[in-house]
Design a binder for this molecule. Structure first.
Ligand SMILES: Nc1ncnc2c1ncn2[C@@H]1O[C@H](COP(=O)(O)OP(=O)(O)O)[C@@H](O)[C@H]1O
Ligand SMILES: [Mg+2]
Length: 267
C-alpha cells in the first residue's frame, strides 16, 4: 500500500532490510567492528542494547561479512533451550550427529571445535542471541565453554547478545568465569537526533524515494518519542506513512506525527 502510493520500489522500515542496506550509524559501525574483532581474536564478547536498538541487525552484518572458508558462524536464539539440548544443537550446526549421553556430547563438541581449529584452520563463531532470557542452568552450561579459553590459544569466539540486564546477571559470582574472559564489550544505544534524521532519509532512499517525505520538525518529534531506537523509529514512521496514504498526501509534518503518537498512547 505504502510502496504503491508513493511509487517506490520497496517498502521502507521493514525487518527484511538486507544487511548491505542497513544505515551505517557511527555506533552501528563501531559495534560491527567490535564483533569482527571478537571473531578474529577468538574472544569472548558481550553485546548489550535496548530492545530494538539493532543488536540482531549487527549480528547479521557480522555473519554476512565473515569469510566462510575461515569461519563457521553458529547462531543460537532460543530462550527455551535446555542444557540437555545445548551441545546437541551446537553439534547439529557443526553437521555432527550427537551421541546419546550428555557427557559424550560435550566431549564430541570439544573434539569438534579443536579439530575444526587445528586441522581445518577454521574458527567457530558462536553467537547466543537473546541471552538475557536464558535460565541459570543454561548460563552454567555456557560456563563450560570458558574452559576452551583456559589454554593460551582459544579455538572459538563466543558472543553473548542481550538486553542490558544481561550485564547485571553475568555480574553474579556464579558467572565470574564467563565475565572474566569477556574482554570485549559493547553497548549499542539509540541514534542521536541528527542520525535519526539521516536514518529515516536513508531508509526512504533505499526504498527508492526521490523526495523527502518527513519535514525536519516531524523527524524531531519522532526522535523525541523514540530516542533513536531503530525499531521504534520504524514503527512510528510506518504508522505515519500509512496515515499519509489515507490522507492522500505525500508530506508528513510534526502535526501528523503528534496525532499518530497520541493514537499510539490511546491503544
Ligand atoms: N542500522 C540499521 N539500519 C536499518 N535498520 C535497522 C538498523 N538497525 C536496526 N534496524 C532495524 O530495526 C529493527 C530492530 O533491530 P534488531 O536488530 O531486531 O534489534 P534488537 O536485536 O536490538 O532488538 C529491525 O527491523 C532492524 O532491521
Ligand atoms: Mg534481537
Amino acid at each position: 500500500m505504502i510502496r504503491q502510493f508513493f511509487g517506490w520500489q520497496n517498502t521502507p522500515f521493514t525487518r527484511e532490510i538486507p544487511t548491505a542496506q542497513l544505515y551505517p550509524s557511527a555506533s552501528f559501525r563501531e559495534c560491527v567492528a567490535r564483533l569482527n574483532y571478537m571473531a578474529k581474536t577468538r574472544s569472548f564478547g558481550l553485546l548489550t542494547g535496548e530492545i530494538g536498538a539493532g543488536k540482531s541487525a549487527a549480528i547479521r552484518t557480522l555473519r554476512d561479512g565473515l569469510d566462510p572458508t575461515k569461519y563457521r558462524f553458529i547462531y543460537l536464539c532460543d530462550s527455551a533451550l535446555k542444557p540437555r539440548d545445548f551441545y546437541r544443537e551446537l553439534l547439529y550446526q557443526f553437521g555432527i550427529r550427537p551421541q546419546y549421553l550428555r557427557s559424550e556430547v560435550k566431549r564430541q563438541f570439544g573434539h569438534a571445535v579443536w579439530d575444526f581449529y587445528e586441522s581445518q584452520d577454521k574458527v567457530a563463531v558462536i553467537v547466543i542471541d537473546e541471552a538475557h532470557l536464558l535460565q541459570g542452568d543454561m548460563l552454567q552450561e555456557i560456563r563450560f565453554l570458558t574452559n576452551f579459553q583456559i589454554d593460551s590459544v582459544s579455538p572459538l569466539a563466543l558472543i553473548m547478545v542481550g538486553q542490558p540486564e544481561l550485564r547485571a546477571t553475568l555480574q553474579m559470582r556464579l558467572f565470574k568465569p564467563i565475565t572474566q574472559r569477556m574482554n570485549i564489550r559493547y553497548h549499542l544505544g539509540g541514534l542521536e537526533l541528527e542520525e535519526t534524521h539521516k536514518y529515516v532519509e536513508h531508509q526512504l532512499q533505499v526504498a527508492g524515494a526521490q523526495h523527502p517525505v518527513f519535514t525536519a520538525e516531524a523527524l524531531d518529534a519522532i526522535y523525541a518519542h523514540t530516542r533513536g531506537i531503530a525499531r521504534e523509529v520504524n514503527n512510528v514512521c510506518t504508522a505515519c506513512l500509512l496515515d499519509a496514504v489515507v490522507r492522500r498526501e505525500k508530506l508528513i509534518d510534526a502535526i501528523h506525527v503528534a496525532r499518530i503518537l497520541t493514537e499510539y498512547k490511546e491503544h
